[in-house]
Design a protein around this ligand. Sequence first.
Ligand code: PMP
Length: 289
Amino acid sequence: PWYSETWTWFDGGWHQGNPPLMGPRTHAAWQGTSVFDGARVFEGVMPDIENHAARVNRSARTLGLKPTMEPEAIVELTREGARKFGPGAELYVKPMYWAEADGPAVIAPDPESTRFCLCLFVAPVPKPGGLTLTKSSFRRPTVETMPTDAKAGCLYPNNARALLEARRKGFDNCLVLDMLGNVAETATTNVFMARDGEVLTPAPNGTFLNGITRQRVIRLLREAGVTVHETTLRYEDFLNADEVFLTGNYSKVMPVLRIDERELQPGPFYRQARELYWAFAHSGERVGG
Ligand code: PMP
């Protein structure tokens, strides 16, 4: 697998490997009541960890779950877990809340049955070689049809289907449109393009995750004097872009090298965004304190 060595905190202690966690009446497994987040520890820092901890609690509330950990406590546990791997470890940090009781009934579970775990895996940050994208035949649901304002596990089978379709066609990832036919995001990241000296990215409209890395990159670029438009963008806009890049907590900022028949190069806005993000990440507190 792409990850190795796992430590998970649940029920008051740290557990190594992959111990059993759920019972046969877990509502999350039957009915999809789980939420999660993802963050990174790399090069001795944990950029935006407070925002990821806050978001997993917001996602929990959206699904009627009761957050059982304060965001500050999640950050502290992340620190504690990271120390188990030793200095310099590159980690993927995944907190999850789920409904343990009341499955397999459909109705909302008792919020008191909410459980929490924090899973840390070793996983190197990908080197920015660049990715290829195709147009997906899958669409993002609206907030009326799915809890798109939460990072909910039940949204992801569709992302997996989009990703598998792209892989079968020989691409790394895909542009996923919303129900109106505008570009929303890729199956796993947010998406940016540059045209005529300005940066453009889809405006949040309730169909895609307004990523923490996305918001950070927009802010850093604007502070550096770059014009960033959050607007409606079609697939054709991306085909005609000067450059395209992606943001997400896992790979941070990555260039796009191809969209279907259109070849692209990593450009100056991608480089600036990546450099600004790295400088921001290293201005944060060190994992060891
Ligand atoms: N969109 C989707 C569907 C994602 O899974 C992710 C990764 N969490 C993102 C966008 C990027 O969000 P973030 O920068 O908060 O990781």
